[in-house]
Each structure stands twice: as structure tokens, then as C-alpha cells.
Design a binder for this molecule. Structure first.
Ligand code: PEP
Ligand code: MN
Length: 362
């Protein structure tokens, strides 16, 4: 007797499930139509007030046995699923920077240098461009060491407004002059979207610094450029935020983006920042963009740069960035962490001899 009743009740539940399924999908179809209207009106998909009204109305007409909390919870899930259907097509797909979207590695080719391909790359130069003599001496050293890309800040995002702010466009001009003299590529940080166009005449790669990784207007403007961009990880950015920052650039049509891990803020004080070495294999796995590691800003310590550079390469980094200055104690920024010329040449020798640095024969 009881088993017949159980069977009959279960049959009724099955029927109700079918009805619910039909109703849920009918509701979803209406949701999609509403989503299209929202898109044409350019209004946000989520309307918190409307959601609250619907939940309040359901709670008011709820006669149980479900309590109001449970009803709210169940319907919220339904609303969430419907909102998902209303998202624009692009948002439902993997990010453009993601490996799921593009399996092949992005390789950025600049004259004779390829970044993100079979060979490793080194990027080096002073923290700030200070004088013609300074950049000439550094450029000569890069040439001797076989380092193809020269960095040098001209627009410096300094903590204190009273510290050296960089030479601006004159700095970019000096950087290019020295780089041209020795056949090097240039990279420099730009902090103001209005400077991008003018700066493009002097630099081969635009750097977006850690402090500006969340500057979305700068990211969008960099996305309009047709020039490689080196995007630094923010001081406290998660890898998801980092990849989304890159997506801002790539989604505007500039696909030549490189990521660089430069250390994150933690409680550890024995290094300037904490080099998140795990970011390297994760970014390489999640994204097809080249991944570099800045061993100067991440560690702030000259004595551990060689092992950290080796660790980065062993973890799969496509390249390394380091700061070098002819006279570090007199440097106008980052005096403590910049290698002098001799230390730099030793650094390059050690890194290249490690067996981890990939270099085309000849
Ligand atoms: C730099 O590379 O010059 C610099 C300022 O680094 P970060 O943005 O990583 O602090
Ligand atoms: Mn610096």
C-alpha cells in the first residue's frame, strides 16, 4: 500500500519537474528577449531594484511550506542564471588573452628580436634616463653583453612628488639616440594617454607600469596603438586582474602585449616586493602572451638577482628585465637596486651560461 503511494507521489513529482523545466525555459526565453532590449537601450543587464521587487513580491505571496528565505534563495539562483543568458556574447567566451581562445604563443617581433618565441630575451637599462653620457654608457654595455632591448624611464611614477620625476620627452629622445647608436630597441613607461602618440616616435615598446595597471583609460588608449606594450603586474593585483588589464589592451585591437611579473606587496621585508615565481607558469598556462620577470623591482636586491633570474627562466619566463646604471649610488631613482656596469655584465654572463637562457645559435 505504502509503496504504491510512494510510486504515485514520485510520478506526480516527475510531472511537476517537467512543468518546472518548461516554465524555467519559457522564463529564460523571455529573459533573452529582455536582454536584447537592454542591450539596444544600452542599459546594464543587472537591475538590483527590479530584482528586489520580484523577490519581495514572491515572499509576500509565499504560503509555504518553504520559508521566505528559501524562496528568495531559490529564485535568486534562477535570476542569476537568466542574467548569465543576458550577457553580451563576448563576455560569455574565454578572454582574448586566454590560452583557451588562442593556443599558439604570441610572438612579438621587432626588427631582429622576437619576444615570446623560441629564444629568451633580456631587457636592461637604467631606472631613469638621466643624461646623454649615462644612456650612452649603458647602451654600449648592452651591446657588448648582447642585450637587445634598452629600458629607461622618462616619466617616472614616484612615491614622493619631491623626488626626480624624469626628463619627460627629452629623456625619451636621449634614450632613442643612445639605442640608435648601438642598434638597440627601446622601452619606456608612459603614464599619460595623451603622451602615447608623441612617445611612439621614440620608443619601440610602451611600458605600462605597476601603478598604472588599473588605469583603464591608459589601457584603452594603449589598445588603440599598433605598437607592442609591456604591461607590469600591479602592486597588489591578482593574476585574474592582471589578465583582465591585458584584455583591455587586446580587446581594442592591439594584440602585441607582453606581461611582466615585477613582484607583489606582501608582509616580507627582506625583499622590496615578493617575486611571485608561481605567476610565471600560471600565466604561461592561462595566456598565450609572452611573460617576462623584472628581477630588479621584484627583489630590490642585487645579491639575489642571478638566482631569481634563473628561477624565472626555469619556471618558463620568456625574458628577464634588470636595471643597470653606470654609477648606481648617484642614481636619481632606485639607487640601491641598480647593477653597475661590471655587475650587469657578470649578471648577463651568468644568466646566459645557466643553460636556462634560450638563444639561437649564431
Ligand atoms: C619601472 O620599471 O621603471 C618601474 C617603475 O617599475 P614598476 O612599475 O614595476 O614599479
Ligand atoms: Mn626602477
Amino acid at each position: 500500500m505504502k509503496t504504491t503511494e510512494l510510486h504515485e507521489l514520485r510520478g506526480r513529482l516527475d510531472g511537476i519537474n517537467e512543468q518546472l523545466l518548461e516554465l524555467l525555459n519559457e522564463r529564460a526565453r523571455i529573459g533573452v528577449l529582455i536582454g536584447e532590449i537592454k542591450q539596444s537601450l544600452d542599459v546594464p543587464v543587472h537591475d538590483a531594484q527590479r530584482e528586489k521587487q520580484m523577490l519581495d513580491r514572491l515572499a509576500a505571496s509565499n504560503e509555504g511550506p518553504f520559508d521566505d528565505q528559501t524562496i528568495r534563495h531559490l529564485f535568486k539562483e534562477i535570476f542569476k542564471a537568466t542574467l548569465q543568458l543576458q550577457q553580451p556574447e563576448r563576455k560569455k567566451q574565454p578572454l582574448l588573452v586566454s590560452r583557451r581562445k588562442e593556443q599558439a604563443d604570441t610572438v612579438i617581433r621587432l626588427r631582429g628580436t622576437a619576444i615570446g618565441g623560441a629564444d629568451s630575451v633580456l631587457v636592461a637599462g637604467p631606472c631613469s634616463v638621466e643624461s646623454r653620457e649615462q644612456v650612452m654608457e649603458v647602451a654600449a654595455s648592452l651591446k657588448r653583453a648582447g642585450v637587445p632591448v634598452m629600458r629607461g624611464g622618462a616619466f617616472k611614477p614616484r612615491t614622493s612628488p619631491y623626488d626626480f620625476q624624469g626628463l619627460g620627452f627629452e629623456g625619451l629622445r636621449l634614450l632613442k639616440e643612445a639605442a640608435d647608436e648601438y642598434g638597440l630597441l627601446t622601452i619606456s613607461e608612459i603614464v599619460d594617454p595623451r603622451h602615447l602618440e608623441e612617445a611612439a616616435a621614440y620608443i619601440d615598446i610602451v611600458q605600462i607600469g605597476a601603478r598604472n595597471m588599473h588605469n583603464f583609460e591608459l589601457l584603452k588608449a594603449a589598445g588603440e596603438l599598433r605598437k607592442p606594450v609591456l604591461l607590469k603586474r600591479g602592486l597588489a593585483a591578482t593574476l585574474d586582474e592582471f589578465l583582465h588589464a591585458a584584455e583591455y589592451i587586446v580587446s581594442r585591437g592591439n594584440t602585441q602585449v607582453m606581461l611582466i611579473e615585477r613582484g607583489i606587496r606582501t608582509y616580507e621585508k627582506w625583499t622590496r616586493n615578493t617575486l611571485d615565481i608561481s605567476a610565471v607558469p600560471i600565466l604561461k598556462k592561462e595566456s598565450h602572451l609572452p611573460v617576462l620577470v623584472d628581477v630588479s623591482h621584484s627583489t630590490g636586491r642585487k645579491d639575489i638577482m642571478i638566482p631569481c633570474a634563473k628561477a624565472a627562466l626555469a619556471a618558463g619566463a620568456d625574458g628577464i628585465m634588470a636595471e643597470v646604471h653606470p654609477n648606481p649610488p648617484a642614481a636619481l631613482s632606485d639607487a640601491d637596486q641598480q647593477l653597475d656596469i661590471e655587475e650587469f655584465e657578470e649578471f648577463v654572463r651568468e644568466v646566459k651560461a645557466s643553460g636556462l637562457y634560450r638563444e639561437a645559435a649564431g
